[in-house]
Write a protein that binds this ligand. Structure first.
Ligand code: MG
Length: 347
């Protein structure tokens, strides 16, 4: 399923926490960073829940079990139950259980989250290629994953055992910087075997299916910080999305986003769930260049760069810039320089 090409962020007269029944929230860069809560996240989520919005958390990280993630969130001040956490480990376990008989052995390269998810689907996690696994599954194993685990994966894959990966995020944020994620570990095995894994995590359909199955959301809003996982996953699933700028995405990247990376809404942080979203209005005089206005700002796609004038809230300026850039780019990426305009907003 795909959507028509979005050419501007949408407006919403109702606050998002009332316009949608369930928020499907990414964790890293949205709710917490390096283990600590992101500013405004805790009170904003409490208020959204108070408005009747259901909250669920959707993570590509397969290392931790839903129980562990829920305990961490609760400790940060965001009370959560294990049933409200959806992981790529659960999505890949369901994908495997669709293709191998119940009770099959599955060789695990990864952590406890992956083992628990396999058991939940009636599969048996094993450690070695010689245990005759029906599948190999690879998920993030944390800093202690031993190199020998790749050997076991390679032995089994070379014998023709089908290979699955929870997700292919190349990097993950740690408290001290960016480090290799499961995607980097998958590349190690791919280089050694020449094989191709089946992948479950965001932005792919198995993760979206798992999320909808577990939450029963009817009018969900995907909330994320990353364009190529959170926002693209929502696009692929035909679901509205809300980008927050508290994680990995810089304003200039958003302005240059191709259609599958354009969110329905953008705001600085999770406080955006509690407000209406301003409309971007296009002003197209006959024969004149289109001007995109939001709040006190006006944006125009010039010959070589995006031009911004006016004043007001930075996010309104960004919304106007997105509309000018996305309209100019159509179904591609906007190549116009946004440097000066973005700098003007202080973003
Ligand atoms: Mg994230």
């Amino acid at each position: 399923m795909s959507q028509t090409v979005r050419t501007r962020p949408e407006g919403s007269e109702r606050q998002l926490s009332q316009a949608y029944d369930t928020a499907l929230l990414d964790l890293d860069g949205v709710v917490y960073a390096g283990g600590a809560a992101i500013e405004h996240a805790v009170p904003s989520l409490a208020a959204a829940r108070g408005d009747g919005m259901r909250l669920a958390y959707v993570t590509n990280n397969a290392l931790r079990t839903p129980q562990t993630v829920a305990a961490h969130l609760t400790e940060l001040g965001v009370p959560a139950e294990a049933s409200e956490i959806i992981t790529s480990a659960q999505a890949v376990a369901r994908l495997i259980s669709d293709q191998v008989p119940s009770g099959s052995r599955v060789l695990v390269i990864g952590g406890e989250g992956l083992r628990a998810a396999l058991r939940e689907r009636g599969l048996v996690p094993v450690e070695f290629a010689d245990e005759e696994p029906a599948a190999v599954v690879q998920g993030y194993g944390g800093p202690d994953l031993a190199w020998g685990r790749f050997w076991e994966a390679c032995y089994a894959i070379e014998r023709g055992v089908p290979w699955f990966a929870s997700n292919t995020d190349l990097t993950i944020p740690s408290g001290r910087g960016i480090v290799p994620g499961n995607g980097a570990a998958v590349e190690v095995v791919r280089i050694a075997t020449g094989a191709e894994p089946q992948v479950a995590g965001k932005p792919l359909p198995p993760m979206h299916r798992e999320t909808i199955l577990r939450t029963g959301a009817e009018r969900p809003l995907v909330v994320g910080d990353r364009l190529d996982t959170d926002i693209e996953g929502a696009f692929q699933g035909g679901v509205d999305s809300f980008l927050v700028l508290t994680g990995v995405t810089a304003a200039a990247q958003l302005v240059a986003a191709p259609p599958q990376h354009r969110p329905s809404y953008v705001d600085a942080d999770l406080r955006g769930l509690l407000t209406d979203q301003p409309e971007v209005v296009a002003d197209r005089g006959a024969g004149k260049q289109a001007v995109f206005r939001c709040g006190g700002w006006a944006a125009v796609a010039g010959q070589e760069e995006l031009e911004l004038s006016g004043q007001g809230a930075a996010l309104d300026g960004l919304r106007a810039l997105c509309a000018a850039a996305w309209t100019a780019a159509g179904d591609g990426s906007c190549a116009l320089d946004s440097g000066k305009a973005v700098a003007r907003l202080g973003l």
